[in-house]
Design a protein around this ligand. Structure first.
Ligand code: NI
Length: 185
C-alpha cells in the first residue's frame, strides 16, 4: 500500500525516532508499504517518519544507479535501529533532494565515509562501512531518525533565502506526483 509522505512542517519529522524490536506489530507489512511508497515517488531512500511513524527504520535502493557507480549494484537494504558509529574521510558537497521537501534541491556537505551498525529485517546485526553515494544516502536517511532534514545543513543565509519556499511546502503548495500529508490537516 502506498502511504502519504509527510512534508516539511510536520512535527513527526522533527522527533527523534524510537528503536523497535522483533515484536513490533505488522513490521513486514510496514516495510512492504515503505518500499511501495518509495518506488511510487521515485526515491532512493525513505525513513519511517516520512510516512508518519517515529520509529528507527529506513529503506534504501540505489541499485538503479549501478551504471554510474558499480558498487551500488546490491545496495538495496532495510536498516533497523541503525547507529552511525563513525563518520570519516573528506567533506564533500553534493546536490540532495528529499521526498519531504518536494521541489527543493540543495548542495549538502557530508563526510564521504561511514561505519554503521544496524539490524536487517530479520533482526540480524551488521556492522559495515560505506563510502560515496551509499554513505550519503545513509546519512540523509539517518538524519530523518534524528529529527533532522537536509536543509538543517545549509548556511543560515541560504536557509533564509529558502524561507518562502519552505513555507509554501509546509502549506502543501507544491507540485508532486505522489500523495502527501499536509501538516495540520
Ligand atoms: Ni529525505
Amino acid at each position: 500500500m502506498i502511504l502519504p509522505v509527510t512534508i516539511y512542517g510536520d512535527p513527526v519529522l522533527r522527533k527523534v525516532a524510537k528503536p523497535i524490536d522483533a515484536e513490533y506489530k505488522g513490521l513486514a507489512e510496514f516495510i512492504e508499504n515503505m518500499w511501495a511508497t518509495m518506488y511510487h515517488s521515485d526515491g532512493v531512500g525513505l525513513a519511517a517518519p516520512q510516512v508518519g511513524r517515529s520509529v528507527r527504520i529506513f529503506v534504501v535502493d540505489a541499485t538503479g544507479l549501478a551504471d554510474e557507480e558499480p558498487e551500488l549494484a546490491d545496495f538495496k537494504k532495510v536498516f533497523i535501529n541503525a547507529e552511525i558509529i563513525e563518520r570519516f574521510g573528506d567533506d564533500e558537497g553534493m546536490n540532495e533532494g528529499c521526498l519531504s521537501l518536494p521541489g527543493l534541491r540543495e548542495d549538502v556537505t557530508r563526510k564521504t565515509e561511514i561505519l554503521i551498525r544496524y539490524q536487517d529485517e530479520n533482526f540480524v546485526e551488521h556492522e559495515e562501512e560505506y563510502s560515496g553515494f551509499a554513505a550519503r544516502v545513509i546519512q540523509h536517511e539517518y538524519d530523518h531518525l534524528e529529527g533532522k532534514l537536509f536543509v538543517d545543513h545549509l548556511s543560515p543565509l541560504r536557509k533564509r533565502l529558502l524561507k518562502g519556499k519552505l513555507t509554501n511546502i509546509s502549506k502543501g503548495k507544491v507540485n508532486v506526483g505522489y500523495k502527501i500529508r499536509i501538516p495540520g490537516k
